[in-house]
Design a protein around this ligand. Structure first.
Ligand code: ZN
Length: 327
């Protein structure tokens, strides 16, 4: 079944995109519009959220619920695809506003949501103290009694809508993806890459992998993409950003780009300014692919849209190289 074409809702809710199947993307208000989405799933008169953005994302989500005639008490679940802070940073704040919600998280992530001290420390190591405070503000712990762990194969009946949770490492070891069986839809967090709507050409999306520190694992990343595809999904909903189709084509491109990232990392293993060299080559790789895809944006604008991810991908590859060297 094909869902209706995506259409932004009018007026004040233009930052919400409705996709059909009771699913919409709410802009998480993270760094720039269109960078991070929180997906809302509505079944009957009950709601669930996929990912939590940051504490700054709360007002937009409450507004979107209200526009859909839903109260905060109507939200039963907050699903965290993984616990990187652009997905999980707002979880504590959300849980304080959503009185009936349970937090569903990968078993490797659960204790860090109840006690976020280590999560905060590792994010500060990636971003630095000042940038961390600017991006994430205060991270609140979640009451352990409200946390449900979702191991591989965990299923949940969301008011007659079966949801299957799959362990999908590669981007992070605390990552699950959610398969909506009846509609053949996947909520893929960061496992099926990133796809910004600015790079769409005639309805065709451009998708690229994220190799963020500190758990990038190319073998697992390939396997997770294949595992997602083995369910023959029609659409994937990416946290960065929204719904994509053409999944077979994107899976092939993702495999190729994961290998290309690894090849760049191996080539530059001993480079004198390794980080700068990685940034330059990854940027060039993605720029050339986006131009070949048919994107007409000026080069500078493409590079600007990519700059955050290129920097993170370079950092993640460096970490991966250092780990491999240490073995
Ligand atoms: Zn992530």
């Amino acid at each position: 079944m094909i869902a209706p074409a995506s259409a932004p809702l009018s007026g004040a809710m233009s930052r919400v995109t409705a996709y059909g199947h009771g699913i919409s993307a709410i802009d998480a208000d993270y760094l720039r519009p269109g960078l991070a989405a929180i997906h809302l799933i509505v079944e009957g008169n009950r709601a669930a959220l996929v990912d939590a953005g940051t504490s700054s994302s709360v007002p937009a989500v409450l507004q979107a619920l209200e526009a859909g005639n839903l109260a905060p008490a109507d939200v039963d679940y907050l699903f965290l695809t993984h616990i990187h802070l652009d997905h999980a940073g707002g979880a504590g704040e959300f849980m304080s506003r959503l009185p009936n919600a349970k937090l569903v998280v990968h078993p490797r992530g659960a204790r860090h949501m109840a006690d976020p001290a280590r999560l905060i420390a590792s994010a500060k190591a990636v971003y630095g103290e000042a940038e961390f405070n600017r991006l994430y503000g205060t991270i609140r712990p979640v009451d352990a009694a409200r946390i449900i762990e979702a191991p591989d194969g965990f299923t949940l009946d969301f008011h007659g809508r079966p949801l299957l949770f799959l362990d999908t490492p590669g981007h992070a070891r605390h990552h699950y993806c959610i398969f909506d069986r009846e509609n053949r839809l996947f909520f893929t967090g960061d496992t099926f890459g990133l796809s910004y709507r600015e790079f769409d050409v005639n309805g065709m999306e451009f998708v690229f992998p994220t190799t963020t520190p500190v758990q990038f694992d190319p073998v697992a990343a390939h396997a997770s993409v294949e595992r997602i595809m083995s369910y023959d999904p029609v659409y994937a909903f990416l946290t960065h950003y929204g719904r994509i189709g053409h999944l077979s084509a994107h899976a092939a491109e993702l495999h190729g780009l994961i290998d290309a990232h690894v090849a760049i990392a191996r080539k530059l293993r001993g480079a004198s300014d390794r980080h700068a060299a990685l940034v330059k080559e990854i940027q060039e790789l993605l720029l050339q692919r986006i131009l070949a895809h048919g994107c007409q944006l000026p080069h500078e604008e493409i590079c600007e849209l990519l700059s955050l991810d290129v920097g993170l991908n370079a950092q993640g590859l460096e970490h991966w190289l250092d780990q491999a060297d240490g073995r």
